[in-house]
Each structure stands twice: as structure tokens, then as C-alpha cells.
Design a protein around this ligand. Sequence first.
Ligand code: UDP
Length: 247
Amino acid sequence: MAEKIDIHGVMIDNVTMDEALSRVLKMLDGKTPNKIYTPNSEIIMQACRDKSLMDILNSAELTIPDGAGVILASKILGRPLKQKVSGIDLVRKIFESTKNRAISFFILGGKPGVPEKASINIFSEFPKAKIAGFHHGYFKDSEVPDIINKINESKAEILLVGLGAPKQEKWIYNYADKLNSKVIMGIGGSIDVFAGTASLAPEFIRKAGFEWLYRLVRQPSRYKRMMDLPRFMILTLKTRYFKKKVH
Ligand code: UDP
């Protein structure tokens, strides 16, 4: 088990990408279900305001640091995380690992038509990634039992849930016990990226830690929730220098 690093109450696994991948592959041979969350600084700020979300994040079997802000905060707080392990990069690694072992997936989320497109693209790039089923993410609560049956009937080993944060974290927490997949992972907007309906920031921008700026320019409507980024850094600096509480 990796040590956990406390970032404002959210316990993040201190893992490298390779360690995260080997944890996921081990989960496929173990007990069901294992929940994986990928908090970035925005979600951590939401969890600071919503105790139930904090508890949900901390109930996961694996919590990876998704974003340069979380890594920077860990350094400022004096407990550096080893590496940024973003959700979409981990999902890619899992798809790549199907070269050695076929794995079945169910994709839940995105607008109608989007998970289908994502499935086709994933299958053409990773032929041994078996897409056992998919469903869009705009459904009513009354449809959830049917969706759960569809997922269980598909026998997918890994369920990828992209309903946006914190909806997907809450959905996974509420229904994990009814699901038979070994791994259930919240993946935000990654389904759009695999479908080709959204694009990731270029690698040099991601490496420089400016993905947030790229997203802001492309989706200015996100500016309100992105105000959580400066709030996150201010909270980090206050915790480090004024609360004398080094996590
Ligand atoms: N989404 C969904 N159902 C919903 C709300 C959102 O399937 O009720 C999908 C949306 O289509 C997108 C993904 O969730 O593919 C991520 O949405 P957003 O960018 O708002 O969330 P983030 O990952 O940035 O938190």
C-alpha cells in the first residue's frame, strides 16, 4: 500500500503512474468493487465545502493526484507527492496494458452518441480492449436500476464513469455495492477526449502545469468554478505558513 498524503483533508495515494497501473491490474484479480477517484485542485476545494464529498473521496481504494496544482500543494505542504498521475493518462495506460491481457470495459457518460464514438476509437487503437457496453450520462434516477443491470450483464471488469465532478464520485459511491465490475473509476471529461469531441491541452502545456489556462481559454464558462484554483493555492499557503500545520 502506498502512503497517503493529506491535501486539505483529501488523502491522496503517493504513487507513480507505473505503481497506479500495477494497483489497477492487481484489483482485477481481487475483490469487487474497487473505487478510483482522480481529484484535482477544484474537486479538493469542493470537498472542503462538502463533508460528504470529502468522505466519498476518502472511501476510495485508490485516489490519484490529477493535476499540477495538487503536486505543487504537496510540495508547499512539505509532503511531496511523487508524480502527477492524471485520470486520462492512467486510463490510456490501462488500455495499453491490454496488449498483454484482454480487459473488458463499460463506458458510462457523455452526451448521447459520444460513448459510442469513444468506443469505436478505443477499439481501433487498442484492439484487445473489449468495450462490453456503453451508456450516455444524461439519465434520470428512475433509469439507474436498468443501467446497473446493463453494466452487470455486460460483465465488464472496468467501469469508466464520466458524469463530471462531483456527480460521478457520488454516483460511484452510491451504486458501487450493486455493481459487479472489479474497478470503477471516475474519469471526468475523458470520454469526450476519446470520442474526439474534446481535446487535451498539448503535451508542453500539460507538462508546464498550464492545462487550467488552456481549458479556461477554450471554455470561458468554466471561469466561476476555476476561481477555486487561486482559492486552493491561498488555502495551501495559509496552511503552510499560518496554521503551522504541516500535513
Ligand atoms: N456529463 C454527463 N452527465 C451529466 C453531466 C455531465 O455525462 O449529467 C458528462 C459531460 O458530457 C462530459 C463529462 O461529463 O463528458 C464531464 O463534464 P464536465 O466537463 O462538466 O466535468 P469535469 O470533468 O470538468 O468535472
